[in-house]
Each structure stands twice: as structure tokens, then as C-alpha cells.
Design a protein around this ligand. Structure first.
Ligand code: NAP
Length: 252
């Protein structure tokens, strides 16, 4: 097999996936790389190579794609809460006997100045908010529906694409990516008199400023624990580790 026969399917949707794509293109220019996006977010990055967009049609659709496109390796760099895609990747890799790397950025850990209320699921997060809370909900458009029953609270809702449901009139929706500085996030929390931040424990740096802002302001963070990843595949914690594995597997 020559280097040009090597085809890496990169399941994207995170900042780390974008960084990994650029590292792979730089260090292994003769490999074929296909970053794949779910297509939930309309604005897609220019990664310097052709991308594919949209679901595969379950694990069987993914298997078909891998066969037809002669994929040699799958890198699952999806968000830690994107469980369905990760399960599909594990299943397809197992059936086709393909190597699978899972880029798992470490979960955030509370420090002594953090005031976290950890919950195991989104449903528990809904119940964890006290009556009349002023909550900053950063749970994504897929999960926001679960909070709509809490008409007793005020919620500031931030997401990238608009939700499918109408939000209560007294809530506030902002369509934005997370701010990158603690000061900006603290300003936002102050402006809306927020008492609770609700977040998924996604890890990484890109959405961490809200957690440091909550710490500075002494607010409670309702932190949703991440689901268990599939047991198949090799977990790698960061870009460097992923690149080392790629070197070993593909002999780049
Ligand atoms: P999910 O529940 O695991 O996936 C739902 C379906 O979307 C999958 O079964 C698959 O459809 C399709 N899909 C997901 N990721 C894909 C990818 N990279 N390429 C092609 N198809 C993909 O995922 P989700 O929670 O809806 O998240 C969707 C995307 O947003 C993911 O790529 C994830 O990395 C990103 N994201 C998610 C979160 C989050 O909190 N969940 C946060 C930030 C970014 P088929 O079954 O038809 O193949």
C-alpha cells in the first residue's frame, strides 16, 4: 500500500478535529484525508481539503462509505456528548476491522474555588435548578427542549444555530459561539443577573471561559457528566498523541 492509498476519515465537529486536520495535512501530505461534519452548523471551516457533510445513514451507512471510499483508518474527533456517532464509528470499525482512534479531550475537573453541582444527565440538570433560578443554559439545541418545562426560571440560552422549539417569552436567546475570555463571559453573566450556569462537561479550552467566569462570580455550575465513550478504539487525549499513533499505525 502506498501513502496515497491511505485514506483517513476524520469525524469532526470539534475545534480539536480542525486542528488535527491541519496537522495531518501538514505532516502527512500524501495521505488522503476526509473530514466529515454532521451539517448541524451551517458555517463550515475551510480545512484545506475536500470535506463531506451530513449523516452517513447509521453505522451501516458508515460501513458502506468506508468500503466504497477505501478508508484505512477512522479518527473519532466528535464532541464527547456525540454518543451516537461514536457508537456508529465503533461498530463500523469493528465490522470492517479498521483501526479507530478516539480523540478524547480530558474532562474538566473542579478546583477548590469552584462551586459545582455535578449531575449524571440532562434530565437531572433540569431538576437541579432551584425555583426562580436565573440560569445560563449552554446545553445545545438538541437538549434545550428538556428545559422548556421550567417556566418558573429565567434562562439565558446560548447556541450557534437557532433551536427548533419556541422558547418561553421571558427567556433570552443569543446565537453565538462561546466567548474566549473570562471577562467577556463574566460581563454576560452579570448583565443578566445569572445565578446558575448549566454546562456539559465537554472539556477543552474553547468553552471553558464560562466556567472560570462562574468561579470568579461565585456562581453555581450545574455540570453534566459526560456519557461513557464506546469501549472500542484507542483513546488519545490530544493532538500530539494522535499524531504519534498515526505515525505508528500508518508508518508516516
Ligand atoms: P450524535 O447524536 O452523536 O449524532 C447524531 C447523528 O448525526 C449521527 O448518527 C450521524 O448521522 C450524524 N453525525 C454526527 N456527527 C457526524 C459527523 N462528524 N459526520 C457525519 N455525520 C455525523 O451527535 P450530535 O450530538 O447531534 O452532534 C452533532 C455534531 O455536532 C457532532 O459531529 C459533534 O461532534 C458536534 N458537536 C456536538 C456537541 C454536543 O454537545 N452533542 C457539541 C459540539 C459539537 P448518521 O447516523 O446518519 O450517520
Amino acid at each position: 500500500m502506498t501513502a496515497s492509498d491511505k485514506h483517513i476519515l476524520l469525524l469532526a465537529g470539534t475545534f480539536e478535529a480542525r486542528r488535527l486536520a491541519s496537522e495531518i495535512l501538514q505532516r502527512f501530505p500524501s495521505f488522503r484525508l476526509t473530514p466529515s461534519f454532521a451539517g448541524v452548523v451551517k458555517e463550515l471551516p475551510d480545512l484545506g481539503c475536500p470535506i463531506r457533510v451530513g449523516g452517513f445513514g447509521g453505522s451501516e451507512g458508515l460501513e458502506d462509505f468506508c468500503r466504497e471510499e477505501a478508508v484505512s483508518l477512522i479518527i473519532d474527533a466528535t464532541h464527547p456528548f456525540a454518543v451516537q456517532m461514536s457508537d456508529n464509528a465503533a461498530q463500523a470499525a469493528s465490522i470492517l476491522d479498521l483501526r479507530l482512534l478516539r480523540l478524547e479531550r480530558p474532562a474538566w475537573q473542579p478546583g477548590p474555588d469552584d462551586n459545582w453541582q455535578r449531575v449524571p444527565s440532562m434530565n437531572e440538570a433540569v431538576l437541579a435548578l432551584p425555583q426562580d433560578a436565573r440560569a445560563f443554559l449552554t446545553v445545545g439545541r438538541k437538549e434545550i427542549g428538556k428545559f422548556l418545562q421550567r417556566t418558573d426560571i429565567f434562562a439565558l440560552v446560548r447556541m450557534i444555530e437557532p433551536p427548533e422549539q419556541y422558547l418561553p417569552e421571558h427567556w433570552k436567546l443569543i446565537l453565538q459561539r462561546p466567548a474566549q475570555s473570562t471577562a467577556e463571559e463574566a460581563d454576560l453573566l452579570n448583565q443578566h443577573g445569572i445565578t446558575h450556569v448549566v454546562a456539559k462537561n465537554g472539556g477543552g479550552e474553547r468553552s471553558y471561559a464560562k466556567i472560570t467566569a462562574a468561579r470568579e462570580l461565585g456562581l453555581t455550575v450545574v455540570m453534566i457528566d459526560r456519557p461513557f465513550p464506546p469501549s472500542l478504539g484507542k483513546p488519545v487525549a490530544g493532538i500530539e498523541e494522535a499524531m504519534q499513533e498515526l505515525n505508528e499505525i500508518l508508518g508516516g
